[in-house]
Design a protein around this ligand. Sequence first.
Ligand code: 13P
Length: 242
Amino acid sequence: MTTIIANWKMNGSHSTTEALLEGLSPVLRAAPSGCEVVLCPPFTLLDSVGRHLRGTKVWVGAQNCHQAREGAYTGEISPYMLAESGVTHVLIGHSERREYAGEDDALIAQKLQASHKAGLKTVLCVGETLAEREAGQVHAVVERQLKAVNATHFASYVAYEPVWAIGTGKTPTEIDIASMHQHIKSQTGGIIPVLYGGSVKAENASTILAIPAVAGALVGGASLDIDSFSQILHAAYQINNA
Ligand code: 13P
């Protein structure tokens, strides 16, 4: 099984989404059964994307949620609300939330557990900063991020996204990706699919997806471009059929 998850981040209007989904329609409809495709638009577009995707095998995911079931948390959305709205997947602990929303391991653990309990498939994002990499702490950081949230029990997927590779055009070497994915697998009992994220593009998708222990990709910027994302999906479909 190869999983491709599109993280649109805080991008997209109703009109751009309409155009994007129209353009992607042929490739989304061609998803083979061994390939799982998930689109994670901002909250405001979840419903319309869900309606667009009806009749396809493509799933809808959210980029974040609150840890409580309901209550006086102005501006928040609970995992139960997402599940009720037809959302099947949720990203938890993305590095942009760790950095800009101050999410720490303790909060991420609560969100992960709550989403799992609500029946959502959880995508736990982990990865080191450039400073941590340069300090030789890559394995230690990722180990801490996995252990602190009990990933083995509550993560449906782990996405390894080195912070320095996000939106920069830089990617780790194939050897580095392979070794980190292997390490994450060994830390999580070997059964949780590990996706790679960080500057996945049409040009490198086939190479990255072919690396052993890479179960798929979490794609940011390139998922907003019809040609780029179509090519990434075709690369995934091909590997899956090989
Ligand atoms: P880019 O693909 O734009 O580097 O973003 C990766 C990411 O953060 C996906 O969650």
